[in-house]
Design a binder for this molecule. Structure first.
Ligand code: SIN
Length: 297
């Protein structure tokens, strides 16, 4: 039996436990998001600190680690591996020596910016990544924030009849239209490459917290299966609109070397590209996830 919402929240470490492991966790809103202080991930962490971070990650969905040093690729990879196997991106250019690292880089000559629309990372995969960790090393003088939205909160906004209707539905997530040619300006030749597409439940049960989250996003979700074309379009437009509600969002205003860890199973994000012609650069790792499922509650 999975934990209920309140159980998931109860597993949070107490303030005294956090103090004992040197961590300070400050919520960004009551809904989700938290800033974490007292640990510099570049210098490692012990098992008790990791356990507290993991619990906070499940409760807050997005963790922002402040006051960080630049993480060497090996340290960032090691942190990601504490959560699970690392996920290989189906299209993006990787670090020349560390294929686990996706180099995020936008500059004056970029034709497109990564993540510049609402999405959950690589939801087109059969087993989309459970989490993503991004550290930005170079920031534009202004702009370049990342927005996050809680898909638990979006789901909880729905009426009971709508929740009931969505419970039985699956949606198609495709990526050809997202990835084909996308990284050509960074030297990626994707001729002949086949990009992933998968069907996932519209409402996904989080495998660790047991909570229900809306799992459709405007980047990858192309249709709801079993509905007529117009029915699917209208319903998706309505569901996509929920993510745009600022009451369900937090906004990450980056400081150099911040590390942000987000849960792709219950959040979406949107990387703003409002800083052209300036440059923004960092390293991202993603952690493999399960095949999404829906369990009625
Ligand atoms: C992404 O992983 O979608 C990019 C996030 C960002 O650059 O802020």
């Amino acid at each position: 039996m999975q934990a209920s919402r309140s159980e998931a929240q109860q597993v949070l470490p107490s303030q005294s436990t956090l103090r004992a492991v040197g961590l300070e966790i400050r919520p960004i809103t009551p809904t989700f998001g938290a800033e974490v202080r007292g640990i510099d991930l570049a210098h490692g962490f012990d098992a008790r600190q990791f356990a507290a971070i993991h619990q906070a990650f499940l409760r807050y969905q997005v963790l922002v680690f402040k006051d960080q040093s630049p993480m060497a690729p090996a340290a960032q990879i090691a942190f990601g591996r504490r959560f699970g196997e690392l996920h290989a991106h189906p299209a993006a250019p990787t670090h020349p020596d560390h294929p686990e690292i996706f180099v995020i880089h936008t500059h004056r000559d970029s034709k497109i910016a990564n993540g510049n629309l609402w999405h959950s990372d690589v939801s087109c995969d059969e087993c989309p990544p459970m989490a993503t960790m991004l550290q930005l090393h170079l920031l534009p003088p202004s702009g370049g924030d990342t927005l996050f939205a809680s898909m638990y909160a979006a789901y909880e906004r729905l009426s009971d009849p709508m929740k009931g209707f969505l419970a039985g539905l699956t949606a198609r997530h495709e990526s050809e239209h997202v990835y084909r040619g996308r990284y050509a300006d960074r030297g990626v030749d994707d001729t002949g490459r086949v990009f992933p597409a998968s069907s996932h439940p519209v409402v996904r049960t989080h495998p660790e917290t047991g909570r229900q989250a809306l799992f459709v996003n405007p980047a990858f979700t192309t249709r709801i299966e079993g509905l007529r074309g117009r029915e699917s379009r209208l319903l998706l437009d309505y569901l996509f609109g929920l993510v745009a509600d600022p009451n369900l969002q937090i906004r990450q205003r980056w400081e150099v070397n911040d590390v942000v860890l987000w849960d792709n199973r219950c959040t979406q994000h949107y990387a703003l590209w409002d800083y052209w012609p300036h440059e923004r650069r960092g390293h991202r790792v993603t952690i493999e996830g399960n095949r999404p499922f829906h369990r009625a509650q």
